[in-house]
Design a protein around this ligand. Sequence first.
Ligand SMILES: NC(=O)c1ccc[n+]([C@@H]2O[C@H](COP(=O)([O-])OP(=O)(O)OC[C@H]3O[C@@H](n4cnc5c(N)ncnc54)[C@H](O)[C@@H]3O)[C@@H](O)[C@H]2O)c1
Length: 428
Amino acid sequence: MIKELRNKTKLISVTGLGYVGLPLALEFARYFKVIGFDTNKERIQLIKQKKDPSKELVPSDFEGCDIEFTDNPSDLTQAHFHIIAVPTDIDKYKVPDLKPLKEASAAVGKVLKMGDVVVFESTVYPGCTEEECLPVLEQQSGLTGGRDFKYGYSPERISPGEKNRTLSKILKIVSGNDEEALELIAEVYDAIIKAGIYKAKSIKVAEAAKVIENVQRDINISFMNELAIVFDKMGIDTTEVIEAAGTKWNFHTYRPGLVGGHCISVDPFYLIHKAKELGYNPKVIAAGRTINDMIPQFIGEKVVHFLKKLEKDPAKCRVLVLGIAFKENISDIRNSKVIDLIHELQSYSMEVLTFDPRVTRNDLKQVHNITMVTKPEGLFDAIIIAVPHDEFKGLEKQDLEALANGELVLFDIKGIKNKEDYQYYWRL
Ligand SMILES: NC(=O)c1ccc[n+]([C@@H]2O[C@H](COP(=O)([O-])OP(=O)(O)OC[C@H]3O[C@@H](n4cnc5c(N)ncnc54)[C@H](O)[C@@H]3O)[C@@H](O)[C@H]2O)c1
């Protein structure tokens, strides 16, 4: 098939053109002919105008690509190598929501032909591809997986905001339903990935590898967050402890912080779900989630405590929160824990304003009851640097002091300022 993909007599399709799918589709479209499909019509309209709705790509990223964008699933019929990169979120009970994955599988299943290949990129739990997606592909196509078509799993490993670690520069894990599928999938991805291909022993291994990359990060940060809570009670600065401990050769340095977003704060629930289904209730993974989710409340309580110590009535205080994105140097606010922090502060009747130069949203008030300003004005009883965007790293002490109501009270969550320079200062 690789020969036909190369000479464009066969096409690649990418279903789901979000943070993962759009750059992937464009990269493939530099070497192959691609159909990019998304159910969101507005997204497709923007993408057709070379505008990335996720605001990660610029118009020049669309240049030199042989690609057609569509919101019509029947256009997928032109393709023979199908990639699915739709969201895998959790519902309000923190249980995997496989609806987009199953709907996308159904759309691809309807157009599946003998000899086609389907590769899933969405983050899932081990077993999901074969137990949940494959039956939908088979049912919709009337074909038998493995015999009539091939399938595999290749997780995306990009990290939002990491401009130097783009798709082609990250080693790609691939897997297939058999040796032939594995070799073919590896060959196709090898055309776009400069960092190399890792052939996983099975689809389940590839699924598990992806999910534990994020679970491990969640747990490591949760350990630091728990230490931050304990050391705060002891009056010890956690950053100073981590710096000292980091001098040992086998100490792994992680920092405490707000863990939000659509990967690290979500994926552990996929593994928890599957483990529970198999009769085991994970302890460490669940504890990591619990601690990380507690941090907004912990910081909120520290702010209140600090203001009270300065004999300020929290209910009469104005607080400025710098940054609302879920991590530094990105515009994405999905599952941002800064939102939880602001709600915590609001629960003490504080007036909270947020400023984030990276985030352009005008529905924050409507959706989250959060007031976002385009320029911080007036005086604030406390300033919280919640997200260490580069713009905030560049702020001078006098810039912050100019916004302070009396003495500057600075909460520098990730410790981006020199604490010795500030009198009323707290970091996680
Ligand atoms: N964003 C990241 O940095 C990142 C990194 C690694 C892995 N992942 C994983 O990749 C997957 C996709 O994440 P994302 O961030 O790109 O999501 P996203 O929300 O940015 O984009 C998903 C796109 O899929 C579309 N979609 C939803 N249902 C569809 C359907 N049935 N048919 C066609 N299109 C459909 C949506 O309209 C949207 O445009 C998830 O499993 C995620 O966990 C994401």
